[in-house]
Write a protein that binds this ligand. Structure first.
Ligand SMILES: [Zn+2]
Length: 442
């Protein structure tokens, strides 16, 4: 099993010679040094961190990092400019993130040219897991703007002598499948539900055998049912990438073992904490992912709470790396809503129950209240071959979710499913059960 290419890359980034083995103590010593440098830089230049870290000593060990306060998304939403550590003239790109279905203010992230280069460098080395020189990659993500995900991916791939072609989000699956054939595409990069829509199109199986060698799915959470379907249709190796804008787009990518993300540990210090107490959790226990940037100078983030749920896999990866592995199966804190009967409904449970349905391409679940009862409305996008049976299948599949079954049985939940023509999920919106009841309890 080949070693993840992230290991030699990280080894060179932390200044080790090619002959010197990377060890956890060497890597963690580097992380502590960079974390202290980041703290000092943030305190000196960011009005937010000057106040936020007042009275906090610099950690003498990575264990002591747990004594530092968290940074929340709300802190960034409140006033992003207070995080800036450089002049606005030095900012090369500002990314604005808006949450769907809420009135929360937008979140803005600022990156210098050097910050953007860190991401290109990660894409260069991360993509070498799945593509070879001379191959072509079709990127089903936005890429028109300099510094956008597609633009940075093209730059990273160029360093591997791989041609990246930005297509943008999928609106016409047939046209994309035609492009894969005529442009002789070897690898696809896209968001899971959009790639699923390609795989479930009638023309998907008409692609020449072995045309697609690999597919990279990128999102905060990748349903296992989608990975299985995409690999079954094309026989391509399906890799997963974990990242978010706040991490500098890229966070971690699977090695050829495809069993958990290896993280860019020279740029990010990642922790998993108990979402309620905030205490760091031991490897193997699931909690909230929290990260600290180690090399970002424009807008560093210290102990940023992602809202993502995951755990570190305690067993070493069979690729032989010393890098840690974050599990692939995951959800979001905001992805769980409390039903009126006390049950917990999680978007990941709905995903795993619904995406195996062959007629389904995408869906959205909205919880509302009618006369004191919960109502779960599932809006679905289905394949062209659906003659109306998909909504019945969706209702039946929802009964496989224990929380749904229990709530329907005790009369506290009504289910409804209806069709919709357009894609519901886009790359900028995180999948969640939207809770439109009067009292929002997460
Ligand atoms: Zn590995």
């Amino acid at each position: 099993m080949p070693l993840t290419p992230l290991e030699p890359w990280i080894k060179s980034k932390i200044g080790l010679a090619a002959t010197e083995p990377l060890t956890r103590p060497l890597l963690e010593g580097y992380q502590l040094r960079k974390l202290r440098e980041t703290m000092a830089h943030a305190r000196r230049h960011s009005p937010f961190y000057r106040k936020h870290l007042q009275g906090c000593g610099e950690p003498d060990s990575l264990e002591e990092v747990a004594l530092l306060p968290f940074t929340s998304p709300a802190d960034v939403q409140e006033d992003d400019l207070r995080f800036l550590c450089v002049s606005r003239a030095e900012v090369a790109r500002v990314v604005t993130l808006r949450s769907s279905g809420t009135t929360a203010p937008a979140k803005r992230l600022h990156f210098t040219a050097a910050d953007l280069e860190l991401t290109v460098n990660f894409f260069h080395h991360g993509m070498s897991t799945m593509v070879q020189p001379g191959q072509r990659v079709l990127i089903l993500m936005p890429g028109e703007l300099p510094g956008s995900v597609g633009d940075q991916l093209v730059k990273g791939l160029r360093r591997l002598e791989v041609e990246g072609i930005v297509h943008g989000l999928v609106h016409d699956a047939e046209e994309v499948l035609h492009s894969i054939e005529t442009l002789e595409i070897d690898c696809l990069v896209g968001i899971p539900v959009q790639v699923l829509a390609l795989a479930r199109h009638p023309a998907a199986t008409a692609l020449p055998p072995n045309r697609l060698k690999s597919v990279l799915l990128s999102a905060d959470y990748v349903p296992a049912a989608i990975v299985l379907e995409v690999s079954a249709v094309w026989g391509a190796a399906v890799y997963n990438h974990y990242g978010m804008t706040e991490m500098g787009l890229g966070g971690g990518v699977e090695c050829s073992r495809r069993c958990g993300y290896h993280l860019r540990e020279a740029d990010l210090y990642v922790e998993v904490v108990d979402p309620e107490s905030g205490r760091p959790l031991p490897d193997g226990e699931r909690g909230e992912v929290v990260f600290t940037t180690l090399t970002r100078w424009g807008m560093p983030l210290i102990r940023y709470r992602t809202g993502d749920l995951a755990r570190f896999l305690p067993e070493p990866c069979s690729c032989g790396t010393v890098l840690r592995r974050l599990e692939r199966a995951r959800g979001r804190l905001a992805g769980t809503v409390r039903l009126s009967n006390g049950g917990a409904l999680d978007i990941t449970d709905l995903d795993e129950a619904l995406f195996p349905l062959p007629l389904l391409l995408d869906y959205q679940a909205v919880l509302s209240e009618d006369d004191g009862r919960d109502v779960l409305d599932v809006t679905i996008k289905t394949t062209a071959t659906d003659n109306g049976e998909a909504s019945h299948q969706v209702l039946r599949a929802l009964f496989d979710v224990p929380a749904v079954r229990a709530a329907v049985a005790d009369g506290s939940l009504t289910l409804r499913a209806a069709g919709h023509g357009a894609f519901i999920t886009t790359g900028s919106i995180k999948r969640t059960v939207l809770d439109r009841r009067k009292e929002h309890i997460c």
